[in-house]
Design a protein around this ligand. Structure first.
Ligand code: TTP
Ligand code: MG
Ligand code: MG
Length: 360
């Protein structure tokens, strides 16, 4: 019997901004991704709970948020992604010390398998959760919500159950009564489209889903998804937390056309290597959470630099900018001309068994 803990920070970007600007405390606060077209154009990244009372949530347009909050003395701020990512990294490092089986899930979310550290006891798991909350509060002055359960699925649903500031524990014997009355869309992976489909068959709650005619569902969703729906409705999820693959890294290196200190030139010669790494990732069904670069100078001295991502990804192309920054930072520190350059990714994990089959 495993014990899994899920952590998700409360109104993460907005809470960081509140912390940075104590003078805004008590006012509705909205973090926005603006377009170049000005202060009315863009989408809401997230909002604090004061703003949510007015119906302002992630994903709505800035224009809509402005109208919902007119006269509410609200604060609108532009998103500062890099800044939040740095804080995220600090939080994740802190949290990861609570178990050797740790997994980044997103910029403000993580899973821990605390079976060993809690000695398989829920009372001890509760203590661990309290310690995590306290440490995050002391170090970062931020609140989070935690869920604890016998697997990843239950831990996540429990974590979302009471927000902000919640701690919800669902023991194995409570799983059924916890899940059954919930709407099907509480299962992570069941989005609007799937729940609309299910509603069409009269399936609204998880209990309805448990009692559903599987052969009928299979006709519409296919075998694989139906199986996943069935297992989820029963609160079952075998996927492991933070399983590292046997392979530790993927790297590629090349001889540059000529010695250089020009980042753009170096990057232009990385395209092929990046594509090659992407291919290997896809073939082996791996994701990664550390990106690194290597530079070798004309005297054959080697320099490397790495960066830990806020969450694991299987798309190496999205990390090109980080690679470029890492190259630039080595070049800035050293006077040499560089002769060879390479990339590598580390902290590889198998995607299999973790992938959300319910996405459609
Ligand atoms: P979430 O954890 O989904 O949301 P949240 O932390 O803001 O609020 P909650 O208290 O409900 O957990 O997402 C984490 C951050 O990711 C969020 O603070 C901002 C960003 N984000 C977006 O930029 N766009 C989005 O559509 C969502 C959902 C999140
Ligand atoms: Mg959150
Ligand atoms: Mg989150």
């Amino acid at each position: 019997m495993r014990i899994i803990l899920h952590l998700d920070m409360d109104y993460f970007f907005a809470q960081i901004e509140e912390c940075e600007h104590p003078e805004y405390k008590g006012r509705p606060l909205v973090v926005c991704v603006y377009t170049e077209r000005g202060k009315e154009s863009g989408v809401v990244s997230t909002a604090n709970y004061d703003a949510r009372k007015y119906g302002v949530n992630s994903g709505i347009s800035v224009k809509e948020a402005l109208s919902k909050l007119s006269g509410a003395n609200a604060v609108f701020l532009p998103v500062r992604h890099e800044f939040y990512a740095g804080i995220s990294q600090g939080i994740m490092e802190t949290v990861s010390k609570y178990s050797e089986k740790f997994e980044y899930a997103s910029i403000d979310e993580a899973y821990l398998d605390i079976t060993r550290t809690s000695e398989s006891r829920y009372t001890q798991a509760q203590e661990i959760a309290k310690n995590i909350k306290n440490e995050i509060c002391e170090k970062f002055h931020l609140t989070c919500s935690l869920g604890i359960g016998p697997n990843r699925l239950i831990a996540k649903i429990a974590g979302n159950f009471k927000k902000p500031g919640g701690l919800t524990i669902v023991r194995p014997e409570q799983v059924n009564e916890f899940l059954e009355p919930m709407d099907v869309n509480k299962i992570p992976g069941i989005g609007k489209k799937t729940s609309e489909f299910l509603a069409h068959f009269g399936i609204r709650t998880i209990k309805d889903l448990k009692n559903a005619d599987l052969s009928l569902l299979a006709e519409y969703f296919g075998k694989k998804t139906t199986n996943w729906l069935y297992l989820s409705a029963h609160g079952r999820d075998e996927s492991e937390i933070g399983v590292e693959s046997e392979q530790k890294q993927i790297s590629r290196i090349t001889v540059l056309k000529r010695n250089t200190r020009d980042v753009e030139k170096i990057m232009s010669e990385m395209n092929e290597l990046i594509a090659d790494v992407a291919k290997e990732l896809e073939e082996k069904e791996l994701c990664f959470s550390v990106v690194g670069i290597t530079l070798i100078d004309q005297n054959l001295k080697t320099y490397t630099k790495t960066k830990t991502l806020a969450h694991a990804t299987n798309d190496v192309y999205t990390t090109e900018k980080i690679m470029q920054e890492l190259f630039a930072s080595v070049i800035k520190e050293k006077k040499s001309e560089f002769r060879r350059a390479g990339i590598k990714i580390e902290k590889l994990k198998n995607i299999k068994g973790q992938k959300n089959l319910g996405q459609f």
